[in-house]
Design a binder for this molecule. Structure first.
Ligand code: NAP
Ligand code: GDD
Length: 340
């Protein structure tokens, strides 16, 4: 359903950019369960992921707009009159950001500024959430990373996120807008895009186990990440906008694991030895790498009463189980499809 002329609204209203992404659908479900009317900013003339969002969250209402287009964002705020805006839209894949650096700056960096400008012009009482990232820490200056750790981004994506973070702080300080920045460490789920390493691994593990793939090509296996569960992390976003004061919060599990450990956990869960299937391929290496991330979420725990609920092993198993089911369905569909 697209936004209509008039409707009766009882609870709060939230607008989510990046509604078709991993976090967008989890956040839409959470806010809907809390009685919000949820609007999703949708871009393009026929976004192929819109029906997936409608299936997950049938009550969602869509409003057209693009983070590259200032007037579409102003129109979206005027049409939906939200109490809260969650800016999750971005070019979010670090690998792509090296190949499309200008576009990444435009969407991931300047996108937040355009949303904040729209808030400043339309209604300064709208609360704003900015999806900042542990990628901003990059070549880390201290371990674990906190809200006070200096940034040293290592990719065009990381640099753009640093801009998005500081412009959020600036609009909070300059105009009194309730603008919060969540510095979220990597978070994954069965809804994670296939381009990211965790889902690439669990999806290929399922294909190998079910006999429709025989190898997995990856880049740097030594990289270490603090991986949490996306559903826990969208809850932190919500809590940030309910707080008394707008602030910056690190959201993380406080544990780090290497890509190699993720491989071991995913393959061994289906009784396979990862070393027999994994190849390294230089095309998946990055011009500059973030070696190790590990976050300290003490501030979120004490101020927002937030904590992660899913362990690393539970997360890996959840994702492998989901991909086993998905690949079984794909195989069944392929077997029943008519031969053309
Ligand atoms: P995702 O699955 O890659 O989703 C990205 C979303 O951005 C998609 O809905 C995409 O919509 C939208 N988008 C791209 N270009 C746009 C544009 N020009 N205008 C409007 N929307 C646009 O990302 P995610 O994992 O859900 O992450 C959500 C946010 O958190 C992102 O900003 C990401 O950078 C940040 N973040 C993520 C993590 C993590 O580990 N997942 C950690 C820290 C921060 P289309 O369908 O139109 O392409
Ligand atoms: N994607 C991918 N594909 N990564 C690989 C591969 C591969 O084949 N092989 C090794 N890696 C390594 C990457 O080099 C990186 O060090 C690590 O696996 C994780 O890569 P991604 O899953 O692509 O995530 P990311 O850490 O670069 O970025 C994600 O987390 C950020 C938060 O720290 C994204 O979700 C960003 O949007 C987010 O901000």
């Amino acid at each position: 359903m697209h936004v209509g002329a008039k409707e009766t609204v009882v609870g709060k209203r939230a607008l989510i950019t990046g509604i078709t992404g991993q976090d967008g659908t989890y956040l839409a479900e959470l806010l809907t369960s809390k009685g919000y009317t949820v609007y999703g900013l949708i871009r393009g003339q026929n976004n192929p992921r819109k029906s997936m969002v409608e299936k997950i969250c049938p009550t969602i209402q869509f409003v057209e707009g693009d983070l590259a287009d200032q007037s579409s964002l102003i129109n979206a705020l005027e049409a939906t009159t939200p109490d809260e805006v969650y800016n999750l839209g971005a070019i979010s894949f670090v690998g792509l950001s090296f190949k499309q650096a200008l576009l990444t700056g435009e969407i991931t960096g300047l996108g937040p500024l355009r949303v904040l400008e729209a808030i400043r012009m339309v209604n300064k009482n709208i609360r704003y959430y900015q999806a900042s990232s542990s990628e901003m820490f990059g070549k880390v200056r201290e371990t674990p990373q906190t809200e006070l750790t200096p940034f040293h981004p290592r990719s065009p994506y990381g640099v753009a996120k640093v801009y998005g973070h500081y412009i959020t702080v600036n609009y909070r300080e300059s105009y009194g807008i309730f603008a919060a920045s969540g510095i979220l460490f990597n978070h994954e789920s069965p809804r994670r895009g296939l381009e990211f390493v965790t889902r690439k691994i669990t999806n290929t593990v399922a294909k190998i186990k079910l006999g429709v793939a025989d190898s997995l090509a990856l880049g740097n296996l030594d990289a270490q990440r603090d991986w949490g569960y996306a559903k826990d992390y969208v809850d932190a976003m919500y809590r940030m906008l309910q707080a008394e004061q707008p602030d910056d919060f690190v959201i993380a599990t406080g544990e780090t694991h290497s890509v190699r450990e993720f491989l071991e956990a995913a393959f061994s869960y289906v009784d396979l030895d990862w070393q027999q299937y994994v190849k390294t391929d230089p095309q998946f290496l990055r011009p500059a790498e973030v070696d190790t991330l590990i976050g300290d979420a003490t501030k979120a725990r004490t101020t927002l009463d937030w904590k992660p609920t899913v362990s690393f092993t539970e997360l890996v198993h959840m994702m492998v189980n989901n991909d086993l089911e998905l690949v079984k369905q794909e195989i069944a569909i392929a077997q029943t499809a008519p031969v053309s």
